[in-house]
Design a protein around this ligand. Structure first.
Ligand code: NDP
Length: 346
């Protein structure tokens, strides 16, 4: 069985969803009630691959909401309790979705393997970042040409280049896709220089220097709230792949010729009888989901019960090949620019 650990996008959404699901006590509770609420296994689901293989899955709501990010101990407890529940339900492979993988990595939860009487078995969990990185690269490869960008000549900016997803994206674009030029942005210089040496390529620039040069921007970092960008300073056309969470680039970057695509989202070939993706505000919640969630499904389809994506900067091109082939074979496609956008350009 595969599992998905997720959360609502806001406190208000979480309360609304709890009411819909009949959890009245939590729905009417204030933030303190929510902080102490245990995780809930809210849904079971059966999914049939394009190959005909059928698997079972479960969705666990961690009862975490983004408003709790500042409460370090609460956030840590929410993620660990949800992982404990997944293990107690004997789920073979569970993806940490939304903020839960970020909390796991940033708060170094590896140090907290024992939760009450349970010793967490890390092999049962994946961040899903390998599939996310592969999906973002494929979105770039499929969509840039559709708005008239020649990838082999394009300047591609990766914001968050030294991160787990960002570094995998840079390696793929450098060694597999073959882009014209790679522009690398992050805050710390040392990891940037190490990445540049690893790639034997790439220009390290500030965000302000890099943005006007980029034909394609892959954003795989949380966007600073205070960031102010003049959309007119961007190239026309410019493809922006919003791989961060939450997905909010379209608010900052609407301008002529700027096409913002939600990154790291996949669509299954047929409806899945679940309601869980409504929480994640997918446009077609019966089919669309975060690529990290889909990774748990893919690992279950492939009988690969291991923490496939784990730790930082461990994503290899071979792993991306494996998960990419599994993605296509089992019936996933990437979210692409709408036909309207492409028609307007043609
Ligand atoms: P990491 O923490 O590993 O990497 C974050 C990267 O962003 C680092 O390179 C960091 O470098 C850089 N960064 C952080 N803040 C800034 C800033 N203000 N300006 C420029 N660079 C910055 O994260 P992941 O790779 O695991 O995840 C990246 C993003 O992808 C996250 O927002 C995450 O939520 C999202 N994500 C989306 C998924 C999906 O949509 N399907 C699935 C999983 C994750 P430095 O600290 O040196 O600046």
């Amino acid at each position: 069985m595969f599992g998905l650990i997720g959360h609502s996008t806001s406190f208000q959404d979480a309360k609304r969803k709890a009411k819909d699901l009949g959890y009245e006590h939590i729905a009417s509770g204030d933030m303190d009630v929510w902080c102490s609420a245990p995780p809930q296994l809210v849904e079971h689901v059966e999914v049939e691959s394009l190959t005909g293989k059928t698997i079972q899955g479960a969705y666990i709501d961690s009862c975490f909401v983004p408003e709790m990010l500042g409460r370090f101990k609460t956030a840590r407890r929410k993620v660990l309790n949800a992982m404990e529940l997944a293990q107690k339900k004997d789920i073979s492979i569970t993806a940490l979705g939304g903020f839960t993988s970020i909390i796991f990595e940033n708060f170094n939860l590896l140090k907290h393997q024992n939760i009450r009487s349970t010793t967490l078995d890390w092999q049962r969990f994946t961040t899903g970042n390998t599939h996310t990185a592969w999906v973002i690269c494929r979105q770039l490869e499929l969509n840039a040409p559709r708005i008239g960008i020649d990838i082999s000549k394009a300047s591609v900016l990766v914001v968050g280049a030294t991160g787990d997803i960002g570094s995998a994206v840079c390696r793929w674009l450098n060694f597999r896709t073959g882009v014209g030029e790679l522009l690398l942005v992050a805050r710390q210089q040392e990891p940037l220089q190490a990445l540049q040496a690893d790639l034997n390529n790439g220009q390290i620039l500030s965000l302000q220097e890099a943005l006007p040069k980029a034909d394609v921007v892959v954003w795989v970092a949380s966007m600073p709230k205070t960031l102010e960008i003049d959309p007119l300073s961007l190239k026309n056309p410019c493809l922006m792949i919003d791989g961060g969470y939450p997905k909010n680039l379209d608010i900052k970057f609407s301008g002529p010729g700027v096409h913002v695509l939600k990154g790291g989202i996949v669509e299954f070939y047929k409806d899945i009888g679940w309601s869980m993706m409504e929480i994640a505000e997918m446009e077609i919640p019966q089919r669309q989901m975060f690529a990290c969630f889909a990774e748990a499904m893919l690992l279950e389809f492939e009988g690969c019960h291991t923490n496939f994506s784990w730790g930082r900067n461990n994503i290899t091109l071979e792993k991306m090949d494996f998960i990419g082939e599994a993605s296509i074979k089992n019936g996933f496609s990437t979210l692409n620019l709408t036909k309207n956008v492409r028609a307007a350009i043609a």
